[in-house]
Design a protein around this ligand. Structure first.
Ligand SMILES: *[C@@H]1O[C@H](CO)[C@@H](O)[C@H](O)[C@H]1NC(C)=O
Ligand SMILES: *[C@@H]1O[C@H](CO)[C@@H](O)[C@H](O)[C@H]1NC(C)=O
Ligand SMILES: *[C@@H]1O[C@H](CO)[C@@H](O)[C@H](O)[C@H]1NC(C)=O
Ligand SMILES: *[C@@H]1O[C@H](CO)[C@@H](O)[C@H](O)[C@H]1NC(C)=O
Ligand SMILES: *[C@@H]1O[C@H](CO)[C@@H](O)[C@H](O)[C@H]1NC(C)=O
Ligand SMILES: *[C@@H]1O[C@H](CO)[C@@H](O)[C@H](O)[C@H]1NC(C)=O
Length: 527
C-alpha cells in the first residue's frame, strides 16, 4: 500500500525530466519577476538544493526555529503581505521540483507568530507545493495585539486565508498550471485554524487534517488561565506540591487503567474515568506523600468542568492522565500560562493586568467579545461538506495543554447542528482519539501518526494522517482507524515497538483479553 501510494504521489511530476531539472534553478530565480501582487513587499525567490540547512538569523528568538534542513530541491518564495495599513504577515511558499500537483497550507501554534518551517518542509518533501505564514505577527507573545485589532484579525482567520490565496497563485505561476487538490495540516492553534477554514472558507481546502484544536478559543483561554487562580502560587494552602503529581498519577491509574481491559499505564477512554483523590488525603499523623483536604479539593476542581457565572459550561475538565504530560509544567506550577497574553493584549489592552486576578465574570467578557469570531465553534459545516471537503480531526488523550474532552463536544455540536448521526458524518468528518498521545505528539502510547515530520515513521495511509487524507480525498477511501506507532523504549532509533489502531468517535478501544496486547488486532473499537 505505501509503495503504491508513494508512486501515485510521484506520478505527476512537472519538472522531473532532465532538461526541466536543469532549468529549475533559473526558473525559480526568474519567478520573482512574474509575480505581480499589490501590497506585497520584499519578495524573494531562491533555489534551494537538497540537504541545505537554511538559517533564519533575524527570526524572533521566541520562535525557537533558528534553522531548517531542507531535504529536497525546491524553489523558496518568501514575501511580506500587508493585510491592512496596520498589520502584515510574512509568508513562505516552497515549490518542490518533484511536484505531485497538490497544494498544502500549514498552520501555527499557541499565540504565535512563527512560520512553522518544519511543517512546510515535511509537506514539500512529500511533493506538496506548501505555504505557511507567521499568522500576522512575529514571536510567541501576544504583545503585538495591544491596541491593534488588525493584528488580532490576522490571528483569528485572515493570515491563514490570505496565505492560502497567495500561495495557490504563486504555485500556479511557477508550475504553469493550477493544483489538483488542496490540503491543510495543523495542530493546536493550527487545529483551530483548520476548523476556521472548514467553517468560514469552505473553498480553501479539499482535505483538512486538524489536531488538538484550540477551538472554543475564548473559553479555552478562560480555562487554561484559570489554573493559576485555582492552585494559587507555590506554597499557598491550595497549591498541590509538585512531588505529589506522580503519586496522583499512580492513583489515577489505580482507579481507571483497567477500564479498557488492560493495565498498561494508558487510558484508552479517559472520559469514563471519574477520578477521586480521597484516598490520598493525609491520615492522622501522616505528613508526607499525601494531600491536605484543601489540596485534594484543588485536584478535584482540576478534573471537573469549568462553569461560568450563570452556571453554563465554559470548558470541559482536563482529562485524567494529563498530570503525567504537559499539564504539570503548563498548569500546575503556580505560574501564568502563555495565553495570559490574550487577556492582557487582546481582551483588556492592559499590559499590567494581573493573571492571578482572572475571575468568572472575565470569562463572560471574553466570550461576549469573541474577537473576530475567534471562537471557531460554528457547527454547520454544510458548505464544506457540499463541495466534497473532508476533515480528519484527531486529539491525543493525554493532551496536557488542550483537554481532549473538548473535541467530542464539538463533534456532537456538529452532529446536532447538522442533524446527522455519526454514520452520516463519517462521509466527510471523522474524529480519532489517539490514546497515549500528549499535545500534538509525544506521550507514553502509540502516538506516532505522521501529523508532523518529527512524529512520522511511515507513509502508509493507515499509519500517516496526512497520507490518509490524500487517499480519502483522491480515492474515496476513508480511514476507519488511525494506526499509531510506539517506538521501542520510546526511542525512534530503536525502531517500532508496537502499533495500535486508534478508534474513531464515538467508539472506544478495548482489549479483549486474548492475544498479545502489543498486537494491534488484539484490540477492538466498541460502541
Ligand atoms: C524588507 O526587508 C528589509 C531588509 O531586511 C527590512 O528592513 C524591511 O523591514 C522589510 N520590509 C517589510 C515590509 O517587511
Ligand atoms: C542528502 O544527505 C543524505 C544523508 O547525508 C544522503 O543520503 C543523500 O544522498 C543526500 N541527498 C542529496 C540530494 O544530496
Ligand atoms: C512529619 O512527621 C514526622 C513524624 O511523623 C516528623 O518527624 C516531622 O517533623 C514531620 N514533618 C513536618 C514537615 O511536619
Ligand atoms: C463559553 O462560555 C460561556 C459562559 O461564559 C458559555 O455561555 C458559552 O456557551 C461557552 N461557549 C462554548 C463554545 O462552549
Ligand atoms: C491595568 O491592570 C492593573 C492591574 O490589574 C490595574 O491596576 C489598572 O487599573 C489597569 N489599567 C486600566 C487602564 O484598566
Ligand atoms: C530505555 O529508556 C530509558 C529511559 O529513557 C533509558 O534509561 C534506557 O537506557 C533505555 N534503554 C535502551 C535499551 O535504550
Amino acid at each position: 500500500m505505501s509503495l503504491l501510494l508513494l508512486s501515485a504521489l510521484v506520478s505527476t511530476l512537472s519538472f522531473a525530466s532532465p532538461s526541466a531539472t536543469q532549468d529549475f534553478p533559473s526558473r525559480c530565480a526568474s519567478l520573482a519577476s512574474k509575480l505581480h501582487f499589490s501590497s506585497t513587499r520584499n519578495l524573494t525567490t531562491t533555489f534551494i538544493s537538497a540537504n541545505t540547512t537554511l538559517l533564519f538569523p533575524s527570526a524572533d528568538p521566541t520562535c525557537t526555529r533558528p534553522s531548517q534542513l531542507v531535504s529536497i530541491d525546491l524553489c523558496r518564495v518568501a514575501l511580506t503581505v500587508a493585510t491592512s495599513p496596520r498589520s502584515s504577515l510574512r509568508m513562505e511558499t516552497w515549490l518542490p521540483l518533484t511536484w505531485t500537483g497538490r497544494f498544502l497550507s500549514t498552520g501555527n501554534g499557541g499565540l504565535g507568530g512563527c512560520i512553522q518551517y518544519e511543517d512546510i518542509e515535511y509537506a514539500a518533501s512529500l511533493g506538496f507545493a506548501t505555504a505557511g505564514t507567521n499568522n500576522g505577527h512575529d514571536g510567541m507573545t501576544g504583545e503585538s495585539f495591544l491596541n491593534n485589532p488588525d493584528v488580532i484579525e490576522d490571528f483569528a482567520y485572515r493570515a491563514l486565508h490570505t496565505g492560502v490565496v497567495l500561495g495557490k497563485k504563486i504555485a500556479r505561476v511557477f508550475y504553469g498550471r493550477g493544483y489538483t487538490k488542496s490540503y491543510y495540516l495543523g495542530c493546536s492553534t493550527g487545529g483551530r485554524q483548520g476548523f476556521k477554514s472548514v467553517q468560514d472558507f469552505p473553498g480553501d481546502f479539499d482535505g483538512v487534517v486538524a489536531g488538538a484544536p484550540a477551538f472554543a478559543f475564548n473559553n479555552l483561554t478562560s480555562w487554561s488561565c484559570h489554573f493559576l487562580p485555582l492552585t494559587g502560587p507555590v506554597g499557598a494552602p491550595t497549591f498541590v506540591p509538585v512531588e505529589m503529581w506522580p503519586v496522583i498519577h499512580q492513583d489515577v491509574l489505580a482507579q481507571c487503567d483497567e477500564m479498557d481491559g488492560l493495565e498498561d499505564g494508558i487510558l484508552e477512554f479517559p472520559h469514563l474515568c471519574e477520578y477521586d483523590p480521597a484516598g490520598l488525603v493525609c491520615r492522622e499523623g501522616q505528613n508526607a506523600s499525601c494531600l491536605t483536604p484543601l489540596q485534594a479539593d484543588t485536584v478535584r476542581k482540576i478534573y471537573s468542568p469549568l462553569y461560568g457565572t450563570d452556571g453554563s459550561l465554559v470548558y470541559p475538565r482536563l482529562q485524567p492522565g494529563a498530570e503525567a504530560t504537559e499539564a504539570l509544567s503548563a498548569y500546575f506550577l503556580g505560574q501564568p500560562f502563555g495565553a495570559v497574553d490574550w487577556w492582557k493584549y487582546a481582551i483588556f489592552n492592559n499590559a499590567s493586568w494581573d493573571p492571578a486576578s482572572l475571575k468568572p465574570s472575565d470569562y463572560d467578557i471574553s466570550s461576549r467579545l469573541n474577537l473576530f469570531n475567534i471562537e471557531t465553534w460554528n457547527g454547520d459545516l454544510s458548505a464544506f461538506k457540499n463541495r466534497g471537503g473532508k476533515v480528519l480531526h484527531y486529539h491525543g488523550l493525554v493532551d496536557g495543554i488542550i483537554s481532549s474532552e473538548n473535541s467530542p463536544r464539538y463533534y456532537e455540536h456538529v452532529s446536532k447542528t447538522m442533524g446527522m448521526r455519526s454514520s452520516q458524518l463519517d462521509d466527510f468528518y471523522r474524529y480519532f482519539q489517539v490514546s497515549g498521545m500528549a499535545h500534538c505528539g509525544g506521550g507514553p502510547g502509540a502516538s506516532v501518526i505522521g501529523n508532523s515530520k518529527r512524529n512520522s515513521a511511515s507513509l502508509d495511509p493507515k499509519e500517516n494522517v496526512l497520507i490518509a487524507m490524500v487517499q480519502w480525498v483522491e480515492k474515496g477511501i476513508a480511514p476507519e482507524t488511525i494506526t499509531g506507532i510506539a517506538y521501542k523504549n520510546g526511542t525512534a532509533a530503536l525502531g517500532v515497538g508496537y502499533k495500535k489502531k486508534h478508534c474513531r468517535w464515538p467508539t472506544r478501544n478495548v482489549y479483549g483479553g486474548i492475544g498479545d496486547p502489543k498486537d494491534e488486532n488484539a484490540w477492538e473499537c466498541v460502541s
